[in-house]
Design a protein around this ligand. Structure first.
Ligand code: DQQ
Length: 527
Protein backbone atom coordinates (compact mmCIF):
# COMPACT_ATOMS: atom_id res chain seq x y z
CA UNK A 1 0.00 0.00 0.00
CA UNK A 2 1.88 3.03 -1.28
CA UNK A 3 -0.30 5.31 0.85
CA UNK A 4 1.34 4.07 4.00
CA UNK A 5 4.80 3.35 2.73
CA UNK A 6 6.40 6.33 4.52
CA UNK A 7 5.85 4.54 7.80
CA UNK A 8 8.33 1.90 6.68
CA UNK A 9 11.67 2.65 8.26
CA UNK A 10 15.00 2.98 6.50
CA UNK A 11 17.48 1.43 8.92
CA UNK A 12 15.47 -0.52 11.48
CA UNK A 13 15.04 -4.25 11.07
CA UNK A 14 11.60 -5.35 10.02
CA UNK A 15 10.35 -8.19 7.79
CA UNK A 16 9.29 -7.42 4.24
CA UNK A 17 5.68 -7.97 5.21
CA UNK A 18 3.43 -9.40 7.92
CA UNK A 19 3.72 -9.66 11.69
CA UNK A 20 6.84 -9.80 13.87
CA UNK A 21 7.23 -9.81 17.64
CA UNK A 22 10.01 -10.97 20.00
CA UNK A 23 13.65 -11.27 18.92
CA UNK A 24 14.82 -14.87 19.43
CA UNK A 25 18.13 -16.72 19.71
CA UNK A 26 20.51 -13.92 18.62
CA UNK A 27 24.09 -15.12 18.10
CA UNK A 28 27.31 -14.49 16.20
CA UNK A 29 28.67 -17.38 14.13
CA UNK A 30 31.37 -17.63 11.45
CA UNK A 31 31.34 -13.95 10.60
CA UNK A 32 27.57 -13.44 10.68
CA UNK A 33 25.19 -12.04 13.23
CA UNK A 34 21.97 -14.03 13.28
CA UNK A 35 18.65 -12.89 14.55
CA UNK A 36 15.48 -14.96 14.65
CA UNK A 37 12.10 -13.49 15.41
CA UNK A 38 8.52 -14.41 16.19
CA UNK A 39 6.95 -14.19 12.76
CA UNK A 40 3.53 -14.79 11.24
CA UNK A 41 4.20 -15.50 7.56
CA UNK A 42 0.51 -15.20 6.68
CA UNK A 43 -0.76 -11.96 8.18
CA UNK A 44 0.05 -8.65 9.84
CA UNK A 45 -1.47 -9.76 13.17
CA UNK A 46 -0.10 -12.25 15.71
CA UNK A 47 -0.69 -15.95 15.00
CA UNK A 48 0.74 -19.05 13.33
CA UNK A 49 4.07 -18.20 14.89
CA UNK A 50 7.27 -19.39 13.18
CA UNK A 51 10.90 -18.33 13.60
CA UNK A 52 11.85 -15.82 10.93
CA UNK A 53 15.59 -15.58 10.31
CA UNK A 54 18.00 -12.92 9.07
CA UNK A 55 21.77 -12.43 9.01
CA UNK A 56 24.06 -9.43 9.03
CA UNK A 57 27.77 -8.68 8.97
CA UNK A 58 27.40 -5.57 11.10
CA UNK A 59 24.02 -5.59 12.89
CA UNK A 60 22.78 -2.82 10.55
CA UNK A 61 22.48 -4.26 7.02
CA UNK A 62 20.34 -7.42 6.98
CA UNK A 63 19.61 -10.26 4.63
CA UNK A 64 16.37 -12.20 5.06
CA UNK A 65 16.77 -15.96 5.09
CA UNK A 66 14.09 -18.65 4.81
CA UNK A 67 12.00 -19.32 7.93
CA UNK A 68 14.08 -21.39 10.36
CA UNK A 69 11.41 -23.17 12.40
CA UNK A 70 7.78 -23.94 11.50
CA UNK A 71 5.03 -25.10 13.88
CA UNK A 72 4.85 -28.57 12.36
CA UNK A 73 5.16 -31.01 15.27
CA UNK A 74 2.69 -31.89 18.03
CA UNK A 75 5.03 -30.21 20.52
CA UNK A 76 4.92 -26.81 18.77
CA UNK A 77 1.96 -26.95 16.39
CA UNK A 78 0.30 -23.99 18.12
CA UNK A 79 3.39 -21.87 17.83
CA UNK A 80 7.18 -21.92 17.81
CA UNK A 81 7.52 -19.38 20.60
CA UNK A 82 10.45 -17.53 22.07
CA UNK A 83 13.78 -19.01 22.99
CA UNK A 84 17.52 -18.53 23.16
CA UNK A 85 20.75 -19.85 21.73
CA UNK A 86 23.63 -21.38 23.63
CA UNK A 87 27.07 -21.72 22.03
CA UNK A 88 28.91 -24.72 23.49
CA UNK A 89 32.69 -24.62 24.00
CA UNK A 90 33.07 -27.34 21.32
CA UNK A 91 31.48 -25.08 18.71
CA UNK A 92 28.01 -26.59 18.71
CA UNK A 93 24.93 -24.39 18.76
CA UNK A 94 21.81 -25.31 20.69
CA UNK A 95 18.47 -23.55 20.55
CA UNK A 96 15.92 -23.98 23.31
CA UNK A 97 12.47 -22.63 22.52
CA UNK A 98 8.95 -22.83 23.84
CA UNK A 99 6.42 -24.84 21.86
CA UNK A 100 2.71 -24.45 22.32
CA UNK A 101 1.56 -28.07 21.92
CA UNK A 102 -1.50 -29.55 20.24
CA UNK A 103 -3.10 -29.24 23.72
CA UNK A 104 -1.90 -25.63 24.12
CA UNK A 105 0.56 -26.65 26.81
CA UNK A 106 3.82 -24.71 26.98
CA UNK A 107 6.83 -27.03 26.74
CA UNK A 108 10.53 -26.47 26.06
CA UNK A 109 12.03 -27.94 22.91
CA UNK A 110 15.55 -28.41 21.61
CA UNK A 111 16.68 -27.59 18.06
CA UNK A 112 20.12 -27.42 16.46
CA UNK A 113 21.66 -26.54 13.09
CA UNK A 114 21.73 -29.41 10.60
CA UNK A 115 25.08 -28.29 9.24
CA UNK A 116 27.58 -26.40 11.38
CA UNK A 117 29.79 -25.73 8.37
CA UNK A 118 27.06 -23.50 6.92
CA UNK A 119 27.69 -19.97 8.21
CA UNK A 120 24.10 -19.07 7.38
CA UNK A 121 22.71 -21.87 9.57
CA UNK A 122 19.89 -22.34 7.09
CA UNK A 123 18.59 -25.74 8.19
CA UNK A 124 17.43 -26.55 11.68
CA UNK A 125 16.67 -29.96 13.16
CA UNK A 126 14.21 -30.41 15.98
CA UNK A 127 15.31 -33.05 18.49
CA UNK A 128 13.10 -36.09 17.84
CA UNK A 129 12.17 -36.70 21.48
CA UNK A 130 10.99 -33.18 22.18
CA UNK A 131 9.77 -31.78 24.45
CA UNK A 132 12.73 -31.79 26.80
CA UNK A 133 10.77 -30.01 29.55
CA UNK A 134 7.07 -29.91 30.45
CA UNK A 135 5.51 -27.66 33.09
CA UNK A 136 6.48 -29.02 36.53
CA UNK A 137 3.87 -29.85 39.20
CA UNK A 138 2.19 -26.71 40.49
CA UNK A 139 3.05 -24.58 37.44
CA UNK A 140 0.19 -23.79 35.07
CA UNK A 141 0.37 -25.28 31.57
CA UNK A 142 0.30 -21.78 30.10
CA UNK A 143 2.78 -20.24 32.53
CA UNK A 144 6.03 -21.84 31.43
CA UNK A 145 7.89 -20.20 28.62
CA UNK A 146 10.92 -18.52 27.03
CA UNK A 147 14.06 -20.42 28.14
CA UNK A 148 17.24 -18.31 28.48
CA UNK A 149 20.70 -18.89 27.11
CA UNK A 150 22.41 -21.48 29.33
CA UNK A 151 25.31 -20.64 31.64
CA UNK A 152 27.92 -23.02 33.02
CA UNK A 153 28.51 -23.79 36.68
CA UNK A 154 31.54 -25.03 38.64
CA UNK A 155 29.82 -28.42 38.97
CA UNK A 156 30.20 -28.82 35.17
CA UNK A 157 26.47 -28.45 34.68
CA UNK A 158 24.63 -25.94 32.55
CA UNK A 159 21.78 -23.89 33.94
CA UNK A 160 18.82 -22.26 32.27
CA UNK A 161 16.04 -20.19 33.76
CA UNK A 162 12.42 -20.09 32.62
CA UNK A 163 9.82 -17.49 33.60
CA UNK A 164 6.52 -18.34 35.24
CA UNK A 165 4.07 -17.15 37.89
CA UNK A 166 2.29 -18.54 40.92
CA UNK A 167 -0.71 -16.70 42.39
CA UNK A 168 0.34 -13.40 40.89
CA UNK A 169 3.97 -13.75 41.94
CA UNK A 170 6.34 -13.56 38.98
CA UNK A 171 9.23 -15.98 39.25
CA UNK A 172 11.94 -17.76 37.35
CA UNK A 173 12.60 -21.51 37.62
CA UNK A 174 16.12 -22.89 37.31
CA UNK A 175 17.05 -26.19 35.66
CA UNK A 176 20.42 -27.91 35.45
CA UNK A 177 21.54 -30.11 32.61
CA UNK A 178 24.65 -31.71 31.12
CA UNK A 179 23.27 -32.77 27.74
CA UNK A 180 20.35 -30.33 27.21
CA UNK A 181 18.04 -33.36 27.02
CA UNK A 182 17.77 -34.37 30.68
CA UNK A 183 17.16 -31.69 33.29
CA UNK A 184 16.84 -31.45 37.06
CA UNK A 185 14.77 -28.66 38.55
CA UNK A 186 16.31 -26.65 41.40
CA UNK A 187 14.48 -26.39 44.73
CA UNK A 188 14.97 -22.62 44.71
CA UNK A 189 13.72 -20.12 42.20
CA UNK A 190 16.33 -17.81 40.75
CA UNK A 191 14.13 -15.04 42.09
CA UNK A 192 10.48 -14.09 42.63
CA UNK A 193 8.61 -10.82 43.11
CA UNK A 194 5.04 -10.76 44.44
CA UNK A 195 2.47 -8.91 42.36
CA UNK A 196 4.46 -8.84 39.14
CA UNK A 197 2.51 -11.59 37.34
CA UNK A 198 3.82 -13.77 34.53
CA UNK A 199 7.48 -13.26 33.68
CA UNK A 200 7.99 -13.58 29.94
CA UNK A 201 11.34 -13.61 28.12
CA UNK A 202 13.50 -13.67 31.25
CA UNK A 203 17.08 -12.60 30.60
CA UNK A 204 19.96 -13.18 33.04
CA UNK A 205 23.58 -12.13 32.50
CA UNK A 206 26.70 -10.74 34.16
CA UNK A 207 27.90 -7.16 33.78
CA UNK A 208 31.43 -6.15 34.60
CA UNK A 209 31.72 -3.79 37.57
CA UNK A 210 35.49 -3.69 37.90
CA UNK A 211 37.10 -6.06 35.45
CA UNK A 212 36.00 -9.57 34.47
CA UNK A 213 36.27 -11.05 37.96
CA UNK A 214 34.13 -8.42 39.59
CA UNK A 215 30.65 -8.73 38.18
CA UNK A 216 27.07 -8.12 39.12
CA UNK A 217 24.16 -9.90 37.48
CA UNK A 218 21.22 -8.39 35.67
CA UNK A 219 17.82 -10.06 35.86
CA UNK A 220 15.20 -8.91 33.36
CA UNK A 221 11.59 -9.96 33.01
CA UNK A 222 8.98 -8.86 30.50
CA UNK A 223 5.80 -8.39 32.51
CA UNK A 224 2.85 -9.89 30.69
CA UNK A 225 0.29 -7.81 32.63
CA UNK A 226 1.77 -4.40 31.84
CA UNK A 227 3.85 -5.23 28.75
CA UNK A 228 6.94 -3.61 30.21
CA UNK A 229 10.55 -4.88 30.32
CA UNK A 230 11.90 -4.43 33.82
CA UNK A 231 15.38 -5.16 35.08
CA UNK A 232 17.32 -5.02 38.30
CA UNK A 233 20.98 -5.37 39.17
CA UNK A 234 22.08 -7.73 41.92
CA UNK A 235 24.24 -10.58 43.11
CA UNK A 236 24.07 -14.14 41.84
CA UNK A 237 24.84 -16.93 44.30
CA UNK A 238 26.16 -19.84 42.31
CA UNK A 239 25.92 -22.27 45.26
CA UNK A 240 22.14 -22.43 45.03
CA UNK A 241 21.42 -20.44 41.83
CA UNK A 242 19.62 -17.60 43.52
CA UNK A 243 19.86 -13.90 42.82
CA UNK A 244 19.33 -10.97 45.20
CA UNK A 245 18.77 -7.38 44.04
CA UNK A 246 21.18 -4.69 45.25
CA UNK A 247 18.24 -2.50 46.15
CA UNK A 248 14.99 -4.26 47.16
CA UNK A 249 13.07 -1.09 46.27
CA UNK A 250 14.29 -1.42 42.71
CA UNK A 251 13.59 -5.13 42.31
CA UNK A 252 12.53 -6.75 39.01
CA UNK A 253 9.14 -5.39 37.99
CA UNK A 254 9.08 -2.51 40.45
CA UNK A 255 12.26 -0.67 39.55
CA UNK A 256 14.04 0.27 36.35
CA UNK A 257 12.58 -0.25 32.90
CA UNK A 258 14.97 -1.15 30.11
CA UNK A 259 13.13 1.30 27.91
CA UNK A 260 10.35 3.66 28.98
CA UNK A 261 8.60 3.72 25.60
CA UNK A 262 7.04 1.14 23.32
CA UNK A 263 9.31 -1.79 23.85
CA UNK A 264 8.94 -5.42 24.91
CA UNK A 265 10.28 -8.97 25.02
CA UNK A 266 13.91 -7.93 24.73
CA UNK A 267 16.86 -10.29 24.79
CA UNK A 268 20.64 -9.91 25.03
CA UNK A 269 23.46 -12.03 23.68
CA UNK A 270 27.18 -11.95 24.26
CA UNK A 271 28.96 -10.94 21.05
CA UNK A 272 32.22 -12.88 21.19
CA UNK A 273 33.35 -11.13 18.00
CA UNK A 274 33.57 -7.70 19.64
CA UNK A 275 33.42 -8.71 23.32
CA UNK A 276 30.27 -6.86 24.18
CA UNK A 277 26.73 -7.61 25.27
CA UNK A 278 24.06 -6.62 22.81
CA UNK A 279 20.40 -6.04 23.50
CA UNK A 280 17.59 -6.54 21.01
CA UNK A 281 14.05 -5.33 21.67
CA UNK A 282 10.72 -5.38 19.92
CA UNK A 283 9.01 -2.05 19.16
CA UNK A 284 5.32 -2.79 18.88
CA UNK A 285 2.67 -0.87 16.99
CA UNK A 286 0.32 1.61 18.59
CA UNK A 287 -2.11 1.89 15.70
CA UNK A 288 -5.08 -0.44 15.24
CA UNK A 289 -5.02 -4.01 13.92
CA UNK A 290 -7.14 -2.79 11.03
CA UNK A 291 -4.44 -0.28 10.15
CA UNK A 292 -1.76 -2.99 10.41
CA UNK A 293 -3.71 -5.30 8.10
CA UNK A 294 -4.11 -2.43 5.68
CA UNK A 295 -0.43 -1.58 5.65
CA UNK A 296 0.45 -5.29 5.53
CA UNK A 297 3.08 -5.33 8.25
CA UNK A 298 3.50 -4.75 11.96
CA UNK A 299 6.40 -4.13 14.33
CA UNK A 300 10.12 -3.44 14.20
CA UNK A 301 13.23 -4.20 16.19
CA UNK A 302 15.26 -1.43 17.81
CA UNK A 303 18.77 -0.71 16.64
CA UNK A 304 20.77 -3.26 18.65
CA UNK A 305 22.15 -1.62 21.80
CA UNK A 306 25.27 -2.31 23.81
CA UNK A 307 24.59 -2.82 27.51
CA UNK A 308 27.04 -2.01 30.29
CA UNK A 309 26.92 -1.29 34.00
CA UNK A 310 26.89 2.44 34.76
CA UNK A 311 30.20 2.86 36.58
CA UNK A 312 29.34 6.44 37.51
CA UNK A 313 25.99 5.99 39.21
CA UNK A 314 26.59 2.31 40.08
CA UNK A 315 22.84 1.73 40.21
CA UNK A 316 21.70 1.22 36.62
CA UNK A 317 22.65 -0.01 33.15
CA UNK A 318 23.49 2.21 30.22
CA UNK A 319 22.30 1.36 26.72
CA UNK A 320 23.72 2.81 23.55
CA UNK A 321 23.14 2.11 19.84
CA UNK A 322 25.85 -0.24 18.53
CA UNK A 323 28.74 1.74 17.05
CA UNK A 324 28.02 0.21 13.63
CA UNK A 325 25.03 2.51 13.22
CA UNK A 326 27.57 5.33 12.81
CA UNK A 327 28.57 3.78 9.46
CA UNK A 328 25.25 5.13 8.14
CA UNK A 329 26.26 8.72 8.92
CA UNK A 330 26.34 11.02 5.90
CA UNK A 331 26.79 14.78 6.11
CA UNK A 332 26.43 16.54 9.42
CA UNK A 333 25.36 19.97 10.67
CA UNK A 334 26.68 21.57 13.82
CA UNK A 335 25.11 24.24 16.00
CA UNK A 336 26.94 25.93 18.84
CA UNK A 337 25.17 27.49 21.82
CA UNK A 338 21.76 28.18 20.24
CA UNK A 339 19.81 30.18 22.81
CA UNK A 340 16.16 29.25 23.13
CA UNK A 341 14.15 31.67 25.25
CA UNK A 342 11.10 30.82 27.35
CA UNK A 343 8.10 29.97 25.20
CA UNK A 344 9.93 29.78 21.89
CA UNK A 345 10.58 27.35 19.09
CA UNK A 346 13.71 27.51 16.93
CA UNK A 347 13.89 25.68 13.58
CA UNK A 348 17.11 23.83 12.79
CA UNK A 349 17.92 24.21 9.14
CA UNK A 350 19.29 20.77 8.31
CA UNK A 351 17.39 19.75 5.19
CA UNK A 352 15.46 16.48 5.34
CA UNK A 353 14.75 15.28 8.86
CA UNK A 354 13.39 11.76 8.51
CA UNK A 355 16.66 9.82 8.98
CA UNK A 356 18.81 11.42 11.64
CA UNK A 357 21.32 10.81 14.38
CA UNK A 358 21.03 13.81 16.71
CA UNK A 359 23.34 14.57 19.61
CA UNK A 360 22.38 17.57 21.73
CA UNK A 361 23.84 19.15 24.87
CA UNK A 362 21.90 21.66 26.97
CA UNK A 363 23.10 24.39 29.26
CA UNK A 364 20.70 26.19 31.56
CA UNK A 365 20.69 29.95 32.17
CA UNK A 366 18.55 30.97 35.10
CA UNK A 367 16.69 34.22 34.49
CA UNK A 368 17.42 36.53 37.37
CA UNK A 369 14.04 38.24 37.39
CA UNK A 370 12.30 34.95 37.86
CA UNK A 371 12.86 32.32 40.46
CA UNK A 372 9.82 30.39 41.46
CA UNK A 373 9.98 27.84 44.21
CA UNK A 374 8.91 24.31 43.56
CA UNK A 375 8.87 22.57 40.23
CA UNK A 376 8.37 18.85 40.48
CA UNK A 377 6.09 17.84 37.68
CA UNK A 378 8.13 15.09 35.97
CA UNK A 379 6.86 14.40 32.46
CA UNK A 380 3.50 15.94 33.34
CA UNK A 381 0.87 16.05 30.65
CA UNK A 382 3.40 16.48 27.89
CA UNK A 383 5.37 19.24 26.24
CA UNK A 384 2.54 21.81 26.37
CA UNK A 385 2.95 22.11 30.12
CA UNK A 386 4.69 25.29 31.17
CA UNK A 387 6.47 25.64 34.44
CA UNK A 388 9.62 27.18 35.87
CA UNK A 389 12.21 24.60 34.77
CA UNK A 390 10.74 22.79 31.82
CA UNK A 391 9.95 21.21 29.52
CA UNK A 392 12.63 21.92 26.89
CA UNK A 393 14.24 19.86 24.17
CA UNK A 394 13.74 19.02 20.53
CA UNK A 395 10.72 18.50 18.28
CA UNK A 396 11.26 15.61 15.88
CA UNK A 397 9.21 14.51 12.88
CA UNK A 398 7.45 17.87 12.88
CA UNK A 399 5.95 19.69 9.91
CA UNK A 400 6.48 23.41 9.21
CA UNK A 401 3.17 24.35 10.80
CA UNK A 402 3.83 22.23 13.87
CA UNK A 403 0.58 20.43 13.18
CA UNK A 404 2.42 17.18 13.90
CA UNK A 405 5.44 16.93 16.18
CA UNK A 406 7.04 14.66 18.74
CA UNK A 407 8.78 16.52 21.59
CA UNK A 408 11.71 14.79 23.28
CA UNK A 409 12.45 16.79 26.40
CA UNK A 410 13.97 17.30 29.79
CA UNK A 411 12.18 18.74 32.77
CA UNK A 412 14.21 19.73 35.81
CA UNK A 413 12.81 19.71 39.27
CA UNK A 414 13.88 22.41 41.69
CA UNK A 415 17.28 21.98 43.25
CA UNK A 416 17.20 20.49 46.71
CA UNK A 417 19.24 21.61 49.71
CA UNK A 418 22.08 19.18 49.02
CA UNK A 419 22.51 20.68 45.56
CA UNK A 420 21.13 17.75 43.61
CA UNK A 421 18.12 18.03 41.38
CA UNK A 422 15.91 15.47 39.72
CA UNK A 423 15.70 15.54 36.00
CA UNK A 424 12.98 13.87 33.97
CA UNK A 425 13.46 12.68 30.41
CA UNK A 426 10.30 12.33 28.35
CA UNK A 427 8.75 11.84 24.94
CA UNK A 428 5.30 13.23 24.19
CA UNK A 429 3.45 11.39 21.41
CA UNK A 430 0.15 13.18 21.92
CA UNK A 431 0.57 15.44 18.85
CA UNK A 432 2.70 13.02 16.81
CA UNK A 433 -0.03 12.14 14.33
CA UNK A 434 -3.34 13.40 13.00
CA UNK A 435 -4.36 9.83 12.28
CA UNK A 436 -7.28 8.53 14.32
CA UNK A 437 -7.04 5.14 16.07
CA UNK A 438 -3.48 5.69 17.21
CA UNK A 439 -2.66 5.45 20.90
CA UNK A 440 -0.62 8.54 21.81
CA UNK A 441 0.94 8.74 25.25
CA UNK A 442 3.52 10.66 27.24
CA UNK A 443 6.42 8.42 28.22
CA UNK A 444 9.37 9.05 30.47
CA UNK A 445 11.17 8.74 33.73
CA UNK A 446 13.78 10.26 35.95
CA UNK A 447 17.33 10.29 34.71
CA UNK A 448 20.39 10.69 36.97
CA UNK A 449 22.50 13.72 36.05
CA UNK A 450 25.80 13.92 37.94
CA UNK A 451 27.24 17.25 39.04
CA UNK A 452 30.09 17.18 36.47
CA UNK A 453 27.78 16.32 33.57
CA UNK A 454 25.96 18.39 31.00
CA UNK A 455 22.41 17.48 30.12
CA UNK A 456 22.55 15.52 26.88
CA UNK A 457 20.41 13.43 24.62
CA UNK A 458 20.97 11.32 21.56
CA UNK A 459 18.03 10.71 19.27
CA UNK A 460 17.79 8.33 16.31
CA UNK A 461 14.99 9.35 13.95
CA UNK A 462 13.78 6.88 11.32
CA UNK A 463 10.50 7.97 9.66
CA UNK A 464 8.10 6.45 12.20
CA UNK A 465 10.46 5.47 15.00
CA UNK A 466 12.30 7.70 17.42
CA UNK A 467 14.80 6.11 19.81
CA UNK A 468 15.91 8.57 22.50
CA UNK A 469 18.83 8.14 24.92
CA UNK A 470 19.45 10.53 27.84
CA UNK A 471 22.77 10.97 29.67
CA UNK A 472 24.68 8.43 27.62
CA UNK A 473 21.86 5.88 27.74
CA UNK A 474 20.77 5.84 31.40
CA UNK A 475 17.17 6.41 30.40
CA UNK A 476 15.91 5.26 27.01
CA UNK A 477 12.56 5.82 25.30
CA UNK A 478 11.46 4.17 22.05
CA UNK A 479 8.55 5.83 20.29
CA UNK A 480 6.42 4.63 17.43
CA UNK A 481 4.79 7.55 15.62
CA UNK A 482 2.51 7.75 12.61
CA UNK A 483 2.97 11.11 10.89
CA UNK A 484 0.60 12.00 8.10
CA UNK A 485 2.00 15.48 7.27
CA UNK A 486 5.55 15.39 8.62
CA UNK A 487 6.70 12.85 6.07
CA UNK A 488 9.56 12.71 3.58
CA UNK A 489 10.74 16.25 2.71
CA UNK A 490 8.09 17.81 4.93
CA UNK A 491 9.64 16.49 8.14
CA UNK A 492 11.63 19.05 10.16
CA UNK A 493 13.56 19.37 13.39
CA UNK A 494 13.14 22.18 15.96
CA UNK A 495 14.32 23.19 19.40
CA UNK A 496 11.75 24.31 21.96
CA UNK A 497 11.71 25.74 25.43
CA UNK A 498 8.47 25.83 27.38
CA UNK A 499 10.10 26.62 30.69
CA UNK A 500 9.31 30.08 32.12
CA UNK A 501 12.38 30.73 34.30
CA UNK A 502 15.30 29.57 32.16
CA UNK A 503 16.93 30.07 28.81
CA UNK A 504 18.45 27.01 27.31
CA UNK A 505 21.65 27.06 25.31
CA UNK A 506 21.91 24.11 22.99
CA UNK A 507 24.85 22.67 21.07
CA UNK A 508 24.07 20.01 18.52
CA UNK A 509 25.70 17.71 16.04
CA UNK A 510 23.20 16.20 13.62
CA UNK A 511 24.00 13.58 11.02
CA UNK A 512 21.82 12.58 8.12
CA UNK A 513 21.68 8.79 8.13
CA UNK A 514 21.79 6.62 5.07
CA UNK A 515 19.30 3.81 4.57
CA UNK A 516 20.46 0.30 5.42
CA UNK A 517 20.22 -2.59 2.99
CA UNK A 518 17.56 -4.89 4.37
CA UNK A 519 16.60 -7.32 1.66
CA UNK A 520 16.38 -11.02 0.74
CA UNK A 521 19.60 -12.98 0.71
CA UNK A 522 20.86 -13.17 -2.89
CA UNK A 523 21.15 -16.95 -3.05
CA UNK A 524 22.00 -16.87 -6.74
CA UNK A 525 24.89 -14.49 -6.19
CA UNK A 526 28.27 -14.73 -4.53
CA UNK A 527 28.57 -12.27 -1.66
N1 DQQ B 1 5.79 -13.84 22.86
C1 DQQ B 1 5.98 -15.26 22.59
C2 DQQ B 1 6.05 -15.91 23.91
C3 DQQ B 1 6.45 -14.81 24.82
C4 DQQ B 1 5.70 -13.65 24.27
C5 DQQ B 1 4.87 -15.73 21.70
C6 DQQ B 1 6.27 -12.31 24.69
O1 DQQ B 1 6.99 -16.98 23.92
O2 DQQ B 1 6.16 -15.10 26.15
O3 DQQ B 1 4.86 -15.05 20.47
O4 DQQ B 1 5.93 -11.31 23.79
Amino acid sequence: NAMLSWQRTAFHFQPQRNWMNDPNGPLFYMGWYHVFYQYNPDSAVWGNITWGHAVSRDLIHWLYLPIALFPDKWFDVNGVWSGSATLLPDGKILMLYTGSTDQNVQVQNLAYPANLSDPLLLDWVKYADNPVLAPPPGIGPKDFRDPTTAWFGPDEKWRITIGSKLNGTGLSLVYKTQDFIHYEQNDHYLHQVPGTGMWECVDFYPVSVNGPNDVKHVLKASLDDTKVDHYAIGTYFIENDTWVPDNPHEDVGIGFKLDYGRYYASKTFYDQHKNRRILWGWINESDSETADLKKGWASLQTIPRTVVFDKKTRTNLVHWPVEEVESLRLGSSEFEGVVVKPGSVVPLDIGPATQLDVFAEFEIEFLASKGSGKDNIGCGNGAVDRSALGPFGILAIADDHLSELTPIYFHLSSTTKDGSSTTSFCVDETRSSKAPDVSKLVFGSKVPVLSDEKLSMRVLVDHSIIESFAQGGRTVISSRVYPTEAIYGAARLFLFNNATDINIKVSLKIWQLNSAFIRPFPFDQKL
